[in-house]
Design a protein around this ligand. Structure first.
Ligand SMILES: O=P(O)(O)OC[C@H]1O[C@H](OP(=O)(O)OP(=O)(O)O)[C@H](O)[C@@H]1O
Ligand SMILES: Nc1ncnc2[nH]cnc12
Length: 172
């Protein structure tokens, strides 16, 4: 399947999870084998050649990080929502388009100096990716770049990520 056809599988759901938010639901894309493969391959192609690990943000980012990590022969760091990890290396709190959230890094997974690519499904305000970058850098890692399927440009997330290298398969 062509990448643009795959990206067209993303559904738009008005007023979820709260009034005024147009929610981009990747469920139909993930459920389509050819579409998921097209997107995973395209994301894999955006990684810096020297990336040593991929970090996926819970929950939808996990799917993408797993697929890309597997295809590139790289391990995956699970950046988790609070309360899931038995041993935590660090935590960063942030704001979302709809509410607040936190991300945590498992202890003993990231080594100082390791080069890590961050993967997620949607870049909206950029809060999640910014928090994830800080979390990884606080642990001594180097963030090689950020790759997402869909960028919601009107929310200005990219601008808030400073000089980071940001790849979006589609920007709307
Ligand atoms: O750029 P931002 O404004 O931070 O928004 C983007 C984040 O919001 C969504 O996650 P959500 O917290 O809804 O979690 P989920 O993946 O568990 O559904 C999405 O998967 C991104 O991680
Ligand atoms: N509008 C949106 N759709 C899907 N995921 C999101 N994360 C933040 N805003 C979002």
């Amino acid at each position: 399947m062509r990448l643009d056809e795959a990206l067209d599988l993303i559904a738009e759901v008005p007023d979820f999870p709260e009034p005024g938010v147009l929610f981009r639901d990747l469920s139909p894309l993930f459920a389509d084998g050819a579409g998921f493969a097209a997107v995973a391959d395209a994301l894999a192609g955006t990684l810096a050649p020297d990336a040593e690990l991929v970090a996926g943000v819970e929950a939808r980012g996990f799917l993408l990080a797993a697929a890309v990590g597997y295809s590139r022969g790289l391990g995956v760091v699970l950046v988790r929502k609070p309360g899931k990890l038995p041993a935590v290396a660090g935590r960063v709190d942030y704001s979302l388009e709809y509410g607040t959230a936190s991300v945590e890094l498992p202890a003993g997974v990231v080594r100082a100096g390791q080069r890590i690519a961050v993967l997620d499904d949607v870049l909206a305000t950029g809060g999640t990716v910014a928090a994830t970058g800080k979390l990884l850098e606080d642990a001594g890692a180097v963030v090689t770049g950020v790759s997402v399927v869909l960028e919601l440009a009107a929310l200005g997330g990219r601008a808030g990520l400073g000089g980071r290298s940001v790849h979006a398969l589609r920007s709307v």
